[in-house]
Design a protein around this ligand. Structure first.
Ligand SMILES: [Zn+2]
Length: 259
């Protein structure tokens, strides 16, 4: 699929902008496409202004997920979780303790780095997930499992990366890092993403299609490279892990992946 041009970028803005879309549309030429259906996660609350760009969306979802985990940690008598984030602009790189050979993350980044306690997500990558440009290009989806499109596919990825930050806060990376395969941490992060999604669902902040977007994205990012130490889990395993979190809505139910 070709890279989105200005028209697609505007559409992205409109899709994310919700109510503002009407204003934009009326200011444009009369042959504009019909306004997109509103199928967006409501970040924060319905009274809050909603994001108008991918950068704002990534920040808003991160803050939303952070509010959820702050409450979970508080209820458990734990100190407030703290994390930094970096939304790498298209075509740029960001230096990170977890970067590639050159010490940076670039346009394909979606990661949490324990070394600098920062979530890195490329704005281009997130946009390509959002508009479906990577729909069939991920390990699972290229094999016919799931797809990636829509705002809640992006939100799933943000919540997954925040799940790694939760693991870091809880010290489980240090505790279990040598004992369990990487896949266990990945599936637990998916499960954590599911518990946050359940909280948003319970608050009536999801729109039609959001759950399917997350379930399809969890399938799409699964891989079949079980002999690789970097194996993250099969599509089915990843979807099951997210679903476990969503169905229980209980972070403690995600503990079994490390045992
Ligand atoms: Zn991960």
């Amino acid at each position: 699929m070709p890279r989105p041009g200005p028209t697609i970028s505007l559409l992205l803005l409109l899709l994310l902008a919700g109510g503002a879309a009407k204003h934009f549309a009326s200011a444009e030429a009369s042959d504009e496409a019909p306004a997109p259906r509103a199928e967006n996660l409501v970040v924060g609350s319905r009274d809050d202004s909603q994001p108008e760009s991918m950068e704002q969306f990534l920040t808003a979802v991160t803050k939303d997920v952070d509010v959820y985990w702050t409450k979970v940690f508080e209820d458990a008598g734990l100190p407030e979780p703290r994390v930094s984030y970096m939304w790498i602009p298209a075509g740029q790189t960001a230096a990170s303790a977890c970067g590639d050979e050159s010490g940076t993350f670039g346009d394909s980044a979606a990661a949490y780095c324990p070394g600098d306690d920062t979530i890195y997500i490329s704005q281009r990558f997130a946009t390509d997930i959002y508009d479906g440009a990577l729909d069939q290009a991920l390990p699972g989806s290229s094999q016919g499992y799931g797809r990636t499109v829509g705002d809640f596919a992006v939100a799933y990825i943000v919540a997954h990366e925040y799940g790694h930050q939760v693991q870091d806060e809880l010290g489980v990376m240090d505790e279990y890092g040598q004992q369990v395969p990487l896949m266990a941490f990945e599936l637990q992060a998916d499960c954590y993403a599911g518990t946050w999604a359940k909280s948003a669902y319970d608050e009536n902040r999801l729109e039609d299609g959001d759950l399917e977007e997350a379930l399809d994205a969890a399938l799409a990012v699964g891989d079949f490279d079980a002999s690789n130490p970097g194996h993250h889990g099969t599509p089915e395993q990843r979807q099951e892990a997210w679903t476990r979190g969503f169905q229980t809505g209980d972070a403690s139910a995600c503990g079994e992946y490390l045992t």
